[in-house]
Design a protein around this ligand. Structure first.
Ligand SMILES: Cc1cc2nc3c(=O)[nH]c(=O)nc-3n(C[C@H](O)[C@H](O)[C@H](O)COP(=O)(O)OP(=O)(O)OC[C@H]3O[C@@H](n4cnc5c(N)ncnc54)[C@H](O)[C@@H]3O)c2cc1C
Length: 324
């Protein structure tokens, strides 16, 4: 019945996308519950396949075809379809990246299956595995159980598993798999270039981070005053940087910087997993949020349930008094 687990390894011109290590960690954990080692599949990157072979895997397959040199959803869906048909796995595990979101629904549809997407955790019970997805901006968690018919297609949210917990082993076998990949119907544009980071927050001792709860760009001045009083660096959750209220190099989280200061003050940040993954190792976490159920309170050492616009001036004033 089970042919184990296939885990998709994403790369950009042969350079590993680090979330794939999280996918390996997820696949290994799932493998423990069905007593199977995952097989990794790399599309068109032989040297990366050798690199990935250092992990505790059944084997690594590199699907080899010139059409795979550049990503398109047509070519990736076709190559993955052939790998899934050849290996007939019980589960296909992927990271919930933009690229996977682009081709994975098409892949799953080719097997007449849905995609259990954006999972934040899983729980193996005696006869089934329950996958949890977050709904309504984190207000509800939905437990999903598949129909049991393989292959079961899964994606895990960035940060749901830790890449550094992917288990290494001496060396898995690497196999080349030829594939019949069609001419793509689309031509990709030049790849998006990440902006180089100018600010290094990883060495900051105190960080004051603002989230969407700050409400307006003008209110950032209140957080800056707290930074001044504390000698802290200012940081933000992603929506703040997306809105260009602060530059991208102030963003904390899975697609921003990872920090571990002595003190992290989260102002109006809900505590989405992609944010937590970038700051949860802070020594002391203080959160101000008007929602007592906000997930940030699950990891906060101290919390104020209330309006940050009211709390900030008082807090800043008290810190100034203490320091004077
Ligand atoms: C692939 C991917 C990568 C991502 N990478 C990152 C990343 O690197 N970093 C990141 O941060 N996010 C990232 N995200 C986005 C992440 O999922 C969340 O959407 C984001 O972290 C939410 O930001 P937030 O907490 O500021 O906003 P929200 O989730 O909207 O939370 C705002 C909070 O403010 C509180 N609030 C509102 N008004 C007040 C007030 N007056 N006083 C006090 N509290 C108030 C609310 O109760 C709420 O909890 C990523 C998402 C994806 C899909």
């Amino acid at each position: 019945m089970s042919n184990g687990i296939l885990v998709f390894i994403e790369h950009k011109a042969g350079a590993l996308n680090k979330t794939s290590l999280e996918a390996i960690a997820a696949a290994q954990q799932l493998g423990n519950s069905i007593n199977a080692k995952p097989t990794a599949v790399v599309l068109g990157a032989a040297s990366l396949a050798n690199e990935i072979a250092a992990y505790d895997l059944e084997k690594v397959i590199n699907v080899d075809h010139t059409q795979l040199a550049e990503y398109t959803s047509d070519t990736y869906a076709a190559a993955m379809e052939q790998a899934v048909r050849a290996l007939d796995p019980q589960y296909v595990v992927m990271s919930h990246t933009y690229l996977v979101r682009d081709f994975a629904p098409k892949l799953a549809a080719r097997f007449g299956k849905g995609l259990i997407s954006d999972c934040i955790r899983m729980n193996a019970e005696s006869d089934k595995t329950v996958f949890t997805r977050r709904l309504f901006l984190g207000k509800l968690d939905a437990d999903v159980v598949s129909d049991g018919e393989q292959p079961i297609f899964l994606t895990f949210q960035s940060g749901a598993f830790r890449g550094d917990q992917a288990v290494k082993e001496s060396s898995a076998a690497v196999e080349q798999m030829p594939a019949d990949v069609p001419e793509p119907r689309m031509k990709p544009e030049a790849p998006f270039q990440e902006v180089k980071q100018a600010v290094d927050l990883s060495k900051a001792e105190i960080i004051v981070a603002i989230g969407r709860g700050i409400k307006s760009k003008d209110n950032i001045a209140l957080a800056e005053k707290l930074c001044e009083a504390l000698g802290a660096d200012l940081a933000a959750s992603r929506p703040i940087c997306d809105a260009e209220w602060l530059p991208i190099d102030r963003q904390i989280g899975s697609s921003g910087q990872t920090v571990a200061p002595k003190l992290y003050i989260a102002l109006g940040i809900s505590g989405a997993i992609q944010h937590l993954v970038g700051m949860k190792n802070s020594q002391t976490i203080v959160a101000i949020n008007k929602d007592p159920e906000a997930p940030i309170f699950d990891i906060a050492d101290y919390g104020i349930v209330g309006d940050l616009l009211e709390a900030l001036p008082v807090l800043t004033e008290e810190i100034r008094k203490l320091k004077s």
